[in-house]
Design a protein around this ligand. Structure first.
Ligand code: FAD
Ligand code: SF4
Length: 534
């Protein structure tokens, strides 16, 4: 099958790019693949939406019924100690990037479904349930993508319903797979797109949606925290947003450059709920959805060159997220708009490379925004939590993001752990089954579908390395950082992989110390099926 443009990924970046292409040129043939069973099925986000890019894409978004129903009504940033919560005063002055006035608390899943409807109305062909499994490269140029085979059993043999993958040819391919996309990783390696960039650094976001009693619901209330329970060298914190009909979105982001291999991002998230500043929000409520996803935290200094022969990278798979704001939706969408315009230019001028993409990015508000935010995230790696918080205040208030230096990211996340025997063990409280839960009962709420009789999509290149590095040196950290309990160590010290539990967060691909684990796309439609509230 041949198209003018193939887009891989139906998140905010891919859908926005698709819409912009058809808005500008209705005659272009545009195809978008989404590995989830439907658009939105794999989407995890807080989410507070800054509506700037949406207004650029559809100035009449209100009349079109965009699902932005909960304006932010009030907000707090808390520094937590074990028992106390100290609000950061004059938040809008001290940390203007945390100012959420004019923003909306949304379900990003519902928003993406709505964007999908807009795209289809413009003539974009959307194929949910199809994973882009490989790049289709001819003569050193990406000429489209290859979808995954369907109907292959665990041993790699064809089953009666076998359907080989298809080649989707395209003049230009837009990769919009979100953080740590598998095709994006291949494109970066094949075309050496990361040359000269700092290592990308990621966070793992784990999230729950709760339904709470109507009398406790405060529509539009937004709360963020930092400090306890993380140690001072680990960046991260919790978020809590009231939205929709009696819903609360609660989550915790742990930076994946953490050092202590005994740390469990899942348990940090569970125990934060017990803090008095969070606990009261869940009383009388019930948890209805659970999910997890990595986010790209590195900022502008970690961006790869986003253009390769035959295509571009856009959204979180390149790393267009503003970490101090904890926002990547409006930035991903903006990069999608710019990518679409550059790709159209390349097609019209019959050029293999959308070479205007970088210049267009650099002259946009997106670049200015990311440039101003660039020093805050690395400051926390350099000077720990308090030094980083102090630096953020100075950078925002005095330099206003224009300091004449750029702090670098010195390590990739897989390089930062210290040996388990040198790290303090962390003892986490047992789940109580009402407020806090274990991973097995949590993953149940991700509504997973995964045919177990298919090749394991988590490839461990070398088990001897796993034993020597992961098990012996780091006490099997994947058994703690995986938010779905996919990895276990058997009594005979073998690695057990429960691939059917994978929620596609990509943390193992990122954090595995020797880069010995590779996340590959499973059969299309596998993985979580998050409903519209996510
Ligand atoms: C817990 C959490 C909280 C967040 N909170 C906020 C917030 O409050 N505000 C905000 O602005 N941002 C927030 N973000 C960030 C925001 O969600 C992302 O920046 C944004 O979603 C990135 O958009 P994207 O389109 O690049 O990628 P994604 O949203 O990740 O979408 C990528 C899509 O591509 C699909 N895909 C991936 N690979 C393939 C493949 N090979 N084949 C087919 N399909 C594929 C995926 O299934 C997915 O649907 C948060 C993120 C997390 C994890
Ligand atoms: S197996 Fe890897 S990608 Fe899947 S949920 Fe666990 S850490 Fe995330």
């Amino acid at each position: 099958m041949a198209f003018d443009v193939v887009i891989v990924g139906g998140g905010p970046a891919g859908l926005t790019a698709a819409i912009r292409l058809k808005q500008e040129n209705p005659d272009l043939s545009v195809c978008l693949l989404e590995k989830g069973s439907e658009v939105g099925a794999h989407i995890v986000s807080g989410a507070v939406l800054e509506p700037t890019t949406l207004a650029e894409l559809f100035p009449d978004w209100k009349e079109r019924g965009a699902p932005l129903d909960t304006p932010v009504s009030s907000e707090k940033l808390l520094f937590l100690t074990r028992k106390a919560a100290l609000p950061v005063p004059a938040l809008h002055l001290l940390m203007p990037q945390m100012d959420n006035r004019g923003n909306y608390v949304i379900s990003l899943g519902a928003f993406c479904r709505w964007l999908g409807e807009q795209a289809e109305a413009l003539g974009v062909e959307i194929y949910p349930g199809f994973a882009g499994a490989d790049l289709f490269i001819e003569n050193g140029r990406v000429c489209g993508i290859i979808t995954g085979d369907m109907g292959v059993n665990r041993k790699g043999e064809e089953k009666p319903d076998y359907m080989p993958g298809m080649i989707l040819r395209a003049s230009q391919t837009i990769l919009a797979e979100g953080a740590r996309g598998s095709l994006s990783k291949k494109a970066m390696n094949t075309f050496e797109l990361r040359k000269g960039a700092d290592p990308q650094t990621f966070g793992l976001g784990i999230k729950e949606v709760w339904e709470i009693p109507a009398e406790k619901h405060r529509p539009g209330f937004v709360q963020h925290s930092f400090g306890w329970p993380l140690d001072t060298h680990t960046y991260g914190g919790a978020f809590l947003y009231h939205f929709g009909k009696n819903l609360v979105s609660y989550g915790f982001i742990t930076a994946l450059d953490y050092r202590n291999p005994w740390l469990s991002p899942f348990e940090e998230m569970q125990r934060t709920k017990q803090h008095p500043a969070f606990r009261e929000h869940f009383e009388g409520g019930r948890r209805i959805i659970y999910g997890a996803r990595a986010i790209s935290e590195g900022g502008v200094q970690s961006l790869p060159h986003p253009v390769f022969p035959g295509g571009v990278l856009t959204g979180d798979c390149a790393g267009f997220l503003n970490m101090p704001k904890i926002k990547g939706i409006h930035t991903s969408m903006k990069s999608g708009i710019i990518a679409a315009e550059a790709v159209m230019d390349a097609i019209q001028n019959e050029r293999a490379e959308a070479s205007s993409y970088m210049d267009r990015l650099k002259s946009s508000w997106l670049w200015k925004e990311l440039h101003a935010a660039r020093n805050i995230r690395p400051a926390f790696s350099h000077w720990g939590m308090l030094g980083g918080a102090l630096y953020s205040g100075i950078d925002s208030m005095i330099f206003r993001g224009q300091a004449p230096w750029t702090l670098r990211h010195r390590h990739a996340d897989n390089e930062t752990m210290i040996p388990a025997e040198k790290a303090p063990k962390i003892s986490y409280p047992k789940a109580d089954g009402t407020l806090t839960f274990n991973r097995a009962e949590s993953v149940f709420l991700s509504n997973l579908s995964h045919d177990e009789d298919q090749p394991v999509h988590l490839k461990v290149q070398d088990m001897a390395t796993w034993k020597e590095v992961n098990l012996t040196r780091f006490a099997a950290p994947e058994s703690r950082y995986c938010p779905a309990g996919v990895y276990e160590t058997s009594e005979t010290d073998e690695l057990v992989i429960n691939a059917q539990n994978c929620v596609h967060c990509k943390s193992c691909d990122i954090k595995d110390p020797d880069q010995n684990i590779t996340w590959c796309t499973p059969e299309g439609s596998s993985g979580p099926n998050y409903p519209s509230g996510m």
